[in-house]
Design a protein around this ligand. Structure first.
Ligand code: G4P
Length: 297
């Protein structure tokens, strides 16, 4: 991708340091870490320091929003995380699909050694404590609401908003630590930032909306051409640019401004909205890296 037009994403080093400290201080209170990522962009939606921050703790990666992701790609991602030392599970926290496997997988697989040890020492009923982490908008609140069975008050995930540490009871002997503080996304990797902007996880402001939609259309034309053809009933080939695709969508939808020009801004909003709500089908924005390297940035 050509990222020359990208505006710098602002983040706050002070908040990053505070979250890092909070995670380090609370890690000793938990048995395992549950990391939630977006199944459509599993590496781009990870906090870049997650591996180093949670080193030594058993881990499960939840590929959330799997209802919106390409199933084959999600299977590849599950293998990728498993090959890199974490358990992985595809879930959909909106409908709850896949969540019934979460606690059994944690107890039987992620924490197998601990559970066996407890069994030997007659402590099977002891509480299992989990920490949940994830960058904003990956579905952390949806997961907690689903698992805890009642609506929690949503506190805005924004740097500067004070939140206290909360333990949420999931079943008779499982507690989830919902960490205060905001985990920053991979803002230095501009391709990752663009993928997060496609999903709506970070503000559209990093690029103007038309450029963002053009980049998404180019990606779709290359990787999911059938989805584009079916949704917009347009024809295109390798010679089409992001702009020509956007114009074709706008024209097909009758989005014109006076003088017969195509309203590319309206077309861009439509494309992004329809992608984010799954109307373009199940789409994944990145595949696991070819060379298996442990995800330690
Ligand atoms: P966060 O706490 O990590 O910031 O994320 P949150 O649960 O608030 O979820 C962010 C958005 O993603 C919400 O949509 C939520 O409904 C949606 N979401 C969460 N999990 C899933 C999933 O598995 N599949 C799909 N399709 N969407 C999911 P929203 O539009 O911001 O809110 P709402 O209109 O749903 O209330």
């Amino acid at each position: 991708m050509d990222n020359t037009e990208m505006r710098q994403i602002q983040w706050f080093p002070g908040h990053m340091a505070k979250t890092r400290r909070l995670i380090a201080a609370n890690l000793k209170l938990v048995d395992a870490v549950t990391e939630i990522v977006d199944a459509r962009a599993p590496l781009s939606s990870r906090n870049p320091e997650m591996d180093s921050m949670t080193k030594g703790k058993p881990r499960i990666v939840l590929l959330n929003k799997s209802d919106l992701a390409d199933e084959n790609a999600t299977g590849m991602w599950i293998n990728y995380f498993k090959n890199n030392g974490a358990e992985a599970l595809a879930v959909d926290c909106k409908s709850g699909k896949g969540l019934k496997n979460l606690l059994p997988t944690i107890k039987k697989s992620v924490l197998r050694e601990l559970m066996e040890k407890r069994e030997r020492s007659g402590m099977v009923g002891a509480a299992v404590r989990l920490m949940i982490v994830g960058i904003p908008n990956v579905g952390k609140s949806s997961l907690i609401n689903r698992m805890a069975g009642s609506k929690r008050t949503k506190v805005e995930d924004r740097p500067g908003v004070t939140r206290t540490k909360q333990w949420v009871k999931l079943d008779n002997n499982t507690e989830l630590l919902d960490m205060p503080g905001v985990l920053w996304p991979k803002f230095e990797d501009q391709d990752a930032a663009i993928r997060l902007a496609f999903t709506g996880a970070i503000s559209d402001d990093i690029l103007d909306i038309e450029t963002l939609a053009m980049k998404l259309l180019s990606y779709l034309a290359e990787n999911y051409p059938q989805s584009l053809r079916e949704r917009y009933k347009i024809e295109f080939d390798d010679n089409d640019s992001g702009l020509s695709l956007l114009e074709k969508v706008g024209k097909k939808r009758g989005m014109m401004i006076s003088g017969g020009e195509i309203n590319t801004e309206r077309a861009a909003i439509t494309v992004l909205d329809e992608f984010r709500s799954g109307k373009l089908g199940r789409i994944t924005l990145e595949l696991p890296p070819k060379k298996e390297h442990v995800c330690q940035e």
